[in-house]
Write a protein that binds this ligand. Sequence first.
Ligand SMILES: *[C@@H]1O[C@H](CO)[C@@H](O)[C@H](O)[C@H]1NC(C)=O
Length: 190
Amino acid sequence: MRLSVSPSMFAPFALVHIIILVSILLLPLTQSSTLEKNGNGDLIDQICKKTPFYDLCSSTLHSNPLSPKTDIKGLALIMVNNILANATDTLSYIEGLIKQAPDRKMEQVLAFCAESYIPVVKYILPQAADAISQGRFGFASYCIADAEKEVDACDKKFSGVVQPPLSDRNDIVQKLVDVATSLIKLLLKG
Ligand SMILES: *[C@@H]1O[C@H](CO)[C@@H](O)[C@H](O)[C@H]1NC(C)=O
């Protein structure tokens, strides 16, 4: 005897199958924005590919033992705290240079840079870190842009100087800031 399957019996199963199929098809779409770890290398490499400085991003995040494996917010926070450490070091380097400035002009430019870095280190980056922790990514993005402006202003002061003493350090901070900007953009996209 043949088993007869009437359409009315089959229909509910088909619907379930369609729902499962559609869910499976949509799953990668809903997950792509959060970039969950999916076997194509780790999250750090995946997100660093979306920044303008892959090597700097990857080495900075990989070298921090606290880097989370699965969470972009945590990685963005580590990046901002790394910029803070780097900028703090640059500020004390500038203060050292001011003391031994060869001439008045150089002393003034260095003092200008110290004044650019002080708010970055004292307020702007700590505020950016707080904003990321609290999920206020729009404000974090604003703070990071502000930090970038300050460092750019310092860097421009050396135009015409033959051996600008801060160009390497400013360059690193600017690149790290660009990386942080990209990470925060990913967070803003959700
Ligand atoms: C600043 O960043 C550069 C590049 O990653 C690194 O070589 C340097 O050691 C950092 N300085 C501090 C104080 O974190």
